[in-house]
Design a protein around this ligand. Structure first.
Ligand SMILES: Cc1cc2nc3c(=O)[nH]c(=O)nc-3n(C[C@H](O)[C@H](O)[C@H](O)COP(=O)(O)OP(=O)(O)OC[C@H]3O[C@@H](n4cnc5c(N)ncnc54)[C@H](O)[C@@H]3O)c2cc1C
Length: 436
């Protein structure tokens, strides 16, 4: 008897888990240039947005708008940011506005336009479980099942909170990533922000301006020695090129770890524009207008413990140069403490077959492939998971189009995209012979 075709789940060449910018970039390049490949990218969001929980007023990209979904690899693609502007009839006004950086709101709208326009992106589809039947991956969403030859994990990173804070997580002890989910009122509250990166800066400036009402006090703690700027200078930006990234991936593991830590502020600092804005606002309010100084910047403080007293919290921090412990009374504590790589929950049935690095995150190898004990040629690609393999550009938007092209060339076994890059001004690899 013939099998009932209606019961056989659709077979895809590539199934993407998540359609954040990184998988969306793969979707856009595949749709245009590899139409015979059956690809589908599932995202659980009903109405597409980019980090909606951090969508605060006056926040901007740290990256130039030409580093969009496709332009770095295919500037003729219709999914470019420039085409988005033209389609929305604001190309000339965008130019006249002379924006040095695009707002996150506009970039999110660009991504939504692409996600809603691409046939191979299915929104409102949460991937619940993925297993392997010996031949193909089997994916279960809320409503359907699919089979796939290969996977690309693009479900993003998970917010990270210090362990001591986890038990207090809620309305008044929260991670930065959820701050904009709903309206908040900090009027007359003692607010403490922990974390000296861009998210901490975005929250501090908004709190200072009274976005959530005027607080009674505002303390911003950073473990860093100072409120460190993002290094956006030319030679540092060489780290965000295909040539640098390719040679980096070949280095010894120990060396890669060392280099990534040394390059921290090329990707994790605060934009100089935001630092100037904060300084000027503080100067105007507290030095010129003589407001009582209710906002305090506290670098070189590592938050080490937290307790609750009634409705309030006491946060303890260790001072970096004196080792002294300081205590901060707070009604609201916001942790802008970053994100960690984790295998998405839907991968639980396959979790034991995936190799991990020392931090327990899946190890990413060449061509952005996970190392797993799989059956046959079923491959698992992963984006935004290989910072110690590919360097500091990996979690950034800068090289997403290039990475998508690497993955699609590898997946299809053909050089659909030209990945050759001319050597730049800097010679990163040794030219001579090894010394004896
Ligand atoms: C606030 C903020 C601002 C940033 N700004 C910049 C910047 O200016 N420049 C820069 O270079 N980098 C920036 N980054 C870093 C990085 O570029 C972004 O985090 C980027 O969004 C990462 O893309 P992604 O596709 O890996 O993940 P995400 O954008 O996190 O997207 C993951 C997607 O997967 C979906 N998903 C998760 N699980 C499932 C599931 N089981 N089923 C279906 N869908 C699922 C989610 O709904 C989500 O849409 C920023 C990061 C943050 C947090």
């Amino acid at each position: 008897m013939l099998p009932n075709m209606a019961d056989t789940p659709e077979l895809l060449d590539l199934a993407g888990i998540g359609a954040g910018p990184f998988n969306l970039s793969i979707a856009a390049l595949a749709a245009d240039r590899l139409p015979t490949l059956s690809t589908r990218f599932f995202d659980r969001q009903q109405r597409y947005a980019w980090h909606e929980g951090m969508m605060l007023p006056d926040t901007h990209l740290q990256t130039g708008f030409l580093k969009d979904l496709v332009t770095g690899i295919d500037p003729t693609s219709r999914w470019s940011f420039l085409n988005y502007l033209v389609q929305h009839r604001r190309f000339y006004r965008f130019l006249n506005a002379e924006l040095s950086t695009v707002s996150r709101a506009e970039f999110s709208d660009y991504l939504r336009w692409a996600a809603e326009g691409l046939d191979n992106v299915w929104l409102n589809h949460s991937v619940r479980e993925i297993d392997h039947d010996g031949e193909h991956f089997c994916l279960r969403t809320d409503t359907r099942t699919f089979r796939a030859r290969h996977l690309c994990l693009g479900s993003g990173k998970t917010p990270w909170l210090p362990t001591f804070a986890c038990e207090y997580q809620g309305e008044r002890c929260l991670h930065a990533e959820s701050i904009a989910w709903h309206a908040r009122d900090f009027t007359n509250q003692r607010v403490v922000i922990v974390g000296g990166g861009q998210s901490g800066a975005d929250i501090f400036i908004n709190a200072l301006r009274g976005h959530w009402g005027p607080p009674k006090s505002l303390h911003w703690l950073s473990r860093r020695r100072n409120f460190q700027p993002l290094d956006e200078t030319a030679f540092t930006n060489e780290y965000f090129t295909p040539g640098y990234t390719s040679q980096f991936a070949e280095l010894d593991e120990r060396v890669r770890h060392r280099e990534v830590s040394a390059q921290k502020y090329a990707s994790d600092g605060i934009t100089p524009a935001a630092l100037t804005e904060i300084y000027q606002t503080l100067y105007h309010r507290f030095d010129v207008m003589n407001e009582p100084r209710w906002a305090h910047l506290l670098p070189h403080r590592e938050a080490v413990n937290m307790t609750r007293t009634g409705d309030a919290f006491v946060l303890e921090a260790r001072h970096g140069t004196t080792d002294l412990l300081e205590r901060f009374d707070a009604d609201v504590v916001i942790f802008a403490t970053g994100f960690e790589s984790r295998l998405p929950e839907c991968m639980a049935p396959l979790a034991d077959r995936i190799s991990r690095d020392e931090q327990g995150a899946p190890s990413v190898g060449r061509h952005f492939l996970l190392d797993w004990q799989g059956d046959g040629d079923s491959r698992i690609y992963a984006v935004n998971a290989g910072r110690t393999r590919y360097g500091i550009a990996e979690p950034q938007l800068s090289l997403m189009a290039w990475r998508s092209a690497v993955i699609l060339n590898h997946l299809s076994g053909q050089a659909h995209f030209d990945l050759d890059d001319d050597p730049g001004p800097v010679t990163w690899s040794p030219q001579g012979r090894e010394s004896s």
